[in-house]
Design a protein around this ligand. Structure first.
Ligand SMILES: [Zn+2]
Length: 166
């Protein structure tokens, strides 16, 4: 993260051509972020209506999805744009579209489940409605929590407090 304190002092007037151009770039970046959010929300809604028409598409209001722009640092994309929905009970769904040279664009839908130990989450990549039903059947006895397995450290993948700006 860039610390504001490290930025050099501004050496141009607030009414200079440079100030105008820099604010133009700032506005363009914000529009692009907003477009990425909306595209991420549209992508997950389409994916659910295609692949999870009887479950997730019915259960989650389209307005519940919160899109996020790509996370970049020094021009490199660390995370693709994504969308997140809160399911209640500590469970989240996360969706992103991953581009690979071999397979093109792939929808990656992840169910984020709190662990019974209370210290972390397990993330489960879903590949079909059938698989989702199997997982939900397993989660029913624990009311939507994954059973802690210390040997596998399966709940250590995602920190206990997800950093989501909602
Ligand atoms: Zn655990």
């Amino acid at each position: 993260m860039t610390e504001t304190l490290d930025a050099p002092a501004r050496s141009y007037s607030a009414h200079s051509p440079l100030a105008y151009l820099l604010s133009l770039a700032d506005e363009a970046a914000q529009v692009s972020d907003q477009e990425q959010r909306e595209d991420a929300e549209t992508a997950v809604i389409h994916h659910l209506s295609r692949s999870y028409p009887y479950s997730l598409a019915q259960a989650i209001d389209v307005m519940a999805w919160q899109g996020y722009p790509a996370v970049r640092d020094a021009g490199r994309v660390f995370w693709e744009p994504s969308a997140v929905a809160w399911l209640d009970g500590g469970l989240w769904l996360h969706h992103t579209v991953r581009s690979t040279e071999d397979d093109g664009a792939i929808d990656v839908l992840t169910l984020i489940v709190p662990c019974t130990c209370g210290r972390g989450y397990s993330d489960i990549t879903l590949d079909s409605e059938d698989m989702l039903m199997e997982i939900l059947t397993e989660l029913r006895p624990t009311h939507g929590q994954s059973v802690h397995n210390g040997a596998l450290l399966d709940c250590a993948i995602v920190p206990a407090v997800p950093k989501l700006d909602i």
